[in-house]
Design a protein around this ligand. Structure first.
Ligand code: AMP
Ligand code: TRP
Length: 327
């Protein structure tokens, strides 16, 4: 049997090149080597308020972007988390074996909580639901960006704790990070991770941004006070642009050095922009085709849920049985 892969993205905000380079690009690369499930995690999105109509539209937008970026729905299962009730069901059972201290230590929890006056319980529970997503399918590999590495360590801790309390039940999953692009930084501020929720006009390049806007955003990206590229001494902004170029082009460190050393920043940024656009433009073309076909995405998502639900339901049955719950 092929090892199973599970990963997901939240249908909130706009997918950007950080999401693509940190996760989606890796999914596309490995989709033929494993049995892959790619999820749209709407139950995670509602840990912060989402406008219902916008959320519903976003779910299909994300599914379309997965496919536009190269995920083949005939090879992989693309599904929506809330369409398979077992995710929420297992999350509760895992909540009951998770010490609250483990959750309070999560960096993302601390960052999100610090921004709010009243912290919703969902923000704290978020990584338990994520563990449920993964453990439900006995996934062996979870390809994500670096910001999710801590949540995956917690997933392993929860799996191990459950296994030791109730007997071997869950596969303990491994984390797969891309060699380049695991943490893309904001173009306006290279000390901050590129994020869907940041508001700055020049912060990110979204996969559906107009091509002109992408060019402008990259040309305006923060660099440093050197006049030209020097890979050895470059500051965070230039390093971020180099990573973006390298991740899109798959160029080696040596190729990167030869191409850009001594190049003035304006010319360098132009090349980065054109490299990014050469990948994103075909995504946008495919996105328009996919969304123009009535009923296509709904069909893909229905099929995906139907394919994975039996796996999820079987895990929940086993877990209930192990815990002495009523099946
Ligand atoms: P999210 O936007 O939180 O739904 O994240 C979806 C996926 O994109 C996860 O695997 C994240 O680790 C990844 N990701 C998000 N932001 C970045 C970033 N700035 N650089 C690299 N990967 C990212
Ligand atoms: N928390 C992840 C993020 O924001 C999304 C996610 C939810 C996920 N469930 C998952 C990623 C399971 C990998 C596996 O990026």
């Amino acid at each position: 049997m092929k090892t199973r892969v599970f990963s997901g993205m939240q249908p909130s905000g706009n997918l950007h090149i950080g999401n693509y380079l940190g996760a989606l690009k890796n999914w596309v690369r490995i989709q033929h080597d494993y049995e892959c499930i790619f999820c749209i995690v709407d139950l995670h999105a509602i840990t912060l308020y989402q406008d219902p109509a916008e959320l519903r539209a976003k779910i299909e937008e994300i599914a379309a972007l997965y496919i536009a970026a190269g995920i083949d729905p005939k090879v992989c299962s693309i599904m929506v988390q809330s369409a398979v009730p077992a995710h929420a069901e297992l999350a509760w059972m895992l909540t009951c074996v998770t010490p609250v201290g483990w959750l309070e230590r999560m960096t993302q929890y601390k960052m999100k909580a610090a921004k709010q006056e009243s912290v919703g319980d969902g923000i704290l529970q978020y990584p338990v639901l994520m563990a449920a997503d993964i453990l439900l399918y006995q996934a062996g590999i979870v390809p994500v960006g670096e910001d999710q590495a801590q949540h995956l360590e917690l997933t392993r801790d929860i799996a191990q704790r459950f296994n030791s309390l109730y007997g071997d039940t869950f596969v303990v999953p491994g984390t797969s990070l891309p060699a380049v692009g695991a943490r893309i930084m904001g173009l306006d501020d290279p000390t901050q991770k590129m994020s869907k929720s940041a508001t700055g006009a020049n912060h990110s390049v979204a996969l559906l941004d107009p091509i002109d806007k992408i060019r402008k955003t990259i040309m305006r990206a923060t660099t440093d006070s050197h006049p030209a590229v020097d890979v050895e001494t470059a500051g965070a902004g230039v390093l971020n642009l180099l990573s973006i170029y390298q991740a899109f082009s798959n160029a080696s460190d040596e190729e990167l050095k030869q191409r850009f050393t001594g190049m003035r920043y304006g010319d360098f940024k132009k090349q980065v922009a054109e490299m990014v656009i050469s990948h994103i433009e075909p995504f946008q073309r495919r996105y328009r085709e996919i969304t123009a076909e009535p009923g296509y995405l709904a069909g893909v998502l229905r099929e995906g849920a139907e394919r994975v639900a039996p796996i999820a339901n079987a895990t929940v049955r086993t877990v209930k049985d192990r815990m002495g719950l009523y099946t």
